[in-house]
Design a protein around this ligand. Structure first.
Ligand code: FES
Length: 110
């Protein structure tokens, strides 16, 4: 059974920026990166495909340049809207995306 789960309010994610949320699960949970472009939000696991590190340079703090999310560890770049690898040591492997939806100003897992 799957239940819609609210992750955060849309307005807590800076427009054009990103934030993190922790999702509880029976196996201890995981952390998601939420990127926002206006009213659209995309979500990815906060784990870089290069060496498995977090992408933020401090908890919840991301470097985003020209629509690209830059991994703080070794500089791999990913498109904020799709998580697709755009350059650097990710070598064509993108971030693992998770479907989310924005309803009534809330970001939710469907
Ligand atoms: S772990 Fe992200 S670029 Fe190396």
């Amino acid at each position: 059974m799957s239940v819609s789960k609210t992750l955060c309010q849309l307005t807590t994610i800076p427009d054009g920026g990103a934030a993190t949320v922790h999702v509880e699960s029976s196996t201890g949970g995981f952390e998601l990166i939420l990127t926002r472009q206006g009213g659209h939000v995309a979500a990815f696991h906060n784990e870089c495909p290069h060496a498995g590190r977090r992408l933020d340079w401090a908890p919840g703090q991301f470097l985003i340049e020209n629509g690209l999310l830059v991994c703080a560890a070794h500089g791999a770049t990913f498109r904020v809207e799709s998580g697709q690898c755009a350059g650097g040591p990710c070598r064509g492997v993108g971030l693992r995306a998770v479907p989310v939806e924005v309803i009534d100003g809330e970001v939710r897992l469907p």
